[in-house]
Ligand binder design. Structure first.
Ligand code: SF4
Length: 258
C-alpha cells in the first residue's frame, strides 16, 4: 500500500466508519464536504461560543461582558455552573483542565480526544462534556457512541487510573429549564470490549484504505442498512445534491439498526 502519514482519528470519524464507510471515504479521503444549512450553522456557532466561554471561565478570564451579549448563552452557562459543583472547584483536585487534549497511538492510528473539562482527584478522574444540542440523547445511544467509548478508553490508556476510577458525564446545557446529565462509570470489561472493537474497526480501515489507494476500490456499504437507505442505489449520483438529507437518513438508519 502507498505509504500514508499517521492518520488522526477522533470520535466523529469512528462513528462514521461504523455507520457509513462510503461517507467516511467521501468526507475524509476526498474532502467533499457540503454546505450546511443556516439552522445547522446557528447551532454550531452557539455550541462553539458556549465551549469557548466555558474554557475562558476555567482559565479565570473575564467573560461578563461577552455573556451580556447573548441572554440564552448566559442563562445556560449560569444554569450549568449552578448544577455542577465540580465546575466551582473541589478540594483535593490534582489537575483540572479545560479543552484537555490527549492522543494515543493505536495500531498505527493517532486516536485523539479533547475533553471539555478533565478533573483529576485522589482516586478518581472525571471527564465532563458540554452538549449544546436541544434534545438530550438516551443513555443507551450515548453508551454506543464512539465519543463515550473513545474518551474513556484513551484516559485509561494514558493515565495511571484504572477503568473503575474513571467516569464521564455529559451535561445537556441548552434546555429550557435546568441542565440535565447522563453519567457513565467505566470498568475493565468495557475497556477490553472497546479495545477489541477498536482493533476490529481499524483492521477493516487498513484493508479498505489499501484497496482504495492501490486499486481505486470504494469503501463498502454496510449490509444491514442498504434496504432502508434511499441513497444506496444512486449513492454517488446523489451525494452532491443532498448530503444533508443523507446525513439525516443515516442517523435514522443507525437508530433503527441498533
Ligand atoms: S446503504 Fe446508505 S447508510 Fe448504509 S453504508 Fe451505504 S450509503 Fe451508508
Amino acid at each position: 500500500m502507498m505509504q500514508l502519514p499517521l492518520i488522526r482519528l477522533a470520535q466523529g470519524q469512528l462513528n462514521l466508519l461504523e455507520i457509513c464507510p462510503p461517507q467516511f471515504q467521501r468526507l475524509y479521503l476526498e474532502e467533499l464536504g457540503s454546505p450546511i444549512s443556516p439552522e445547522e450553522q446557528e447551532k454550531q456557532s452557539w455550541g462553539s461560543q458556549f465551549h469557548l466561554l466555558m474554557q475562558q471561565r476555567e482559565l479565570g478570564l473575564p467573560i461578563d461582558s461577552l455573556l451580556k451579549e447573548d441572554e440564552e448563552v448566559q442563562r445556560s452557562l449560569n444554569g450549568l455552573v449552578a448544577a455542577v459543583p465540580e465546575i466551582g472547584g473541589l478540594t483535593g483536585t490534582i489537575l483540572r483542565d479545560a479543552e484537555h487534549c490527549r492522543t494515543l497511538n493505536f495500531q498505527g492510528y493517532l486516536l485523539t480526544v479533547v475533553y471539555d473539562l478533565l478533573i483529576v482527584e485522589g482516586k478518581k478522574a472525571q471527564i465532563l462534556d458540554w452538549k449544546t444540542y436541544l434534545q438530550p440523547q438516551s443513555q443507551k445511544k450515548l453508551a454506543q457512541n464512539w465519543q463515550t467509548r473513545l474518551y474513556l478508553y484513551v484516559l485509561a490508556e494514558t493515565s495511571e487510573y484504572l477503568p473503575e476510577q474513571i467516569s464521564m458525564t455529559y451535561w445537556f446545557v441548552r434546555l429550557p429549564r435546568t441542565p440535565a446529565s447522563v453519567n457513565f462509570i467505566y470498568n475493565d470489561l468495557l475497556h477490553q470490549q472497546t479495545r477489541q472493537d477498536l482493533s476490529s474497526i481499524l483492521t477493516k480501515l487498513d484493508s479498505w484504505l489499501a484497496e482504495y489507494l492501490d486499486e481505486g476500490i470504494a469503501f463498502p456499504h454496510r449490509l444491514n442498512c442498504q434496504e432502508v437507505c434511499p441513497y444506496y442505489s444512486s449513492f454517488f449520483a446523489t451525494w452532491g445534491k443532498s448530503s444533508i438529507d443523507l446525513y439525516t437518513s443515516i442517523e435514522n438508519i443507525e437508530e433503527v439498526s441498533i
